[in-house]
Design a protein around this ligand. Structure first.
Ligand SMILES: [Ca+2]
Length: 198
């Protein structure tokens, strides 16, 4: 929540065309979905987290602590980190471009976005397996990404389910995001994610 407020404040300052930070901390609900994150240099806004895996049919573990997130200034840096340098993106790449790049094969299961329509800050889900091999999960999102996801896209077509739960450890309500979605009723509520082969 703190992060979102900061972005609102910076956006407001940029819109005013002044460089002061007197808007810092002022609450705003006027964020447009298209609000750019470019120019936000105070906080690294593109994060990568490792999704864990569980064999098909095995029970999900409980009580898993939130994994650490590695965060970067740009999406390209995050993707480079997530793919161990195998995928280099230019700064104009879009979610659709990524869809055509077979990112799943490069170890990227999905990308979560702060805003609807695959816009804004990102959380990339790294995975060592595909859903065809093992189900994937993040049992508890890193604090900076808890209750923040507004849209998401899967890059692993072998995941038939892409469930976003409103509580950690796959509790509460959930939305199956399919191949891509806006979270809609679960907007800014996701606390755990489960990508399943079935
Ligand atoms: Ca959001």
């Amino acid at each position: 929540m703190k992060h979102t407020l900061m972005m609102a404040a910076v956006s407001a300052v940029m819109a005013m065309g002044c460089g002061t930070d007197q808007m810092e901390g002022q609450e705003s609900t006027a964020l447009e979905p298209s609000t750019t994150v470019q120019g936000l240099v105070k906080e690294k806004t593109h994060c990568v987290v490792q999704a864990l895996s569980v064999k098909h049919g095995e029970a999900l573990p409980t009580g898993i602590a939130a994994p650490p997130a590695s965060c970067f200034d740009t999406f390209a840096e995050a993707i480079s980190h997530a793919t161990k340098g195998a995928v280099k993106l230019n700064s104009h790449v879009t979610a659709q471009d990524l869809k055509e790049m077979n990112l799943g094969a490069a170890g990227i299961a999905a990308v979560e976005y702060d805003f609807p329509n695959l816009l804004g800050a990102t959380l990339t889900l790294n995975a060592s397996y595909t859903c065809a091999e093992s189900d994937l999960y993040v049992a508890s999102l890193p604090t900076v990404w808890d209750n923040r996801i507004s849209s998401a896209i899967s890059y692993d077509p072998s995941c038939k389910s892409f469930n976003h739960y409103t509580e950690p450890n796959f509790l509460g309500g959930y939305v199956n995001c399919g191949s891509a979605c806006n979270l809609g009723p679960a907007d800014n509520l996701t606390s755990s994610i489960y990508m399943r082969y079935f």
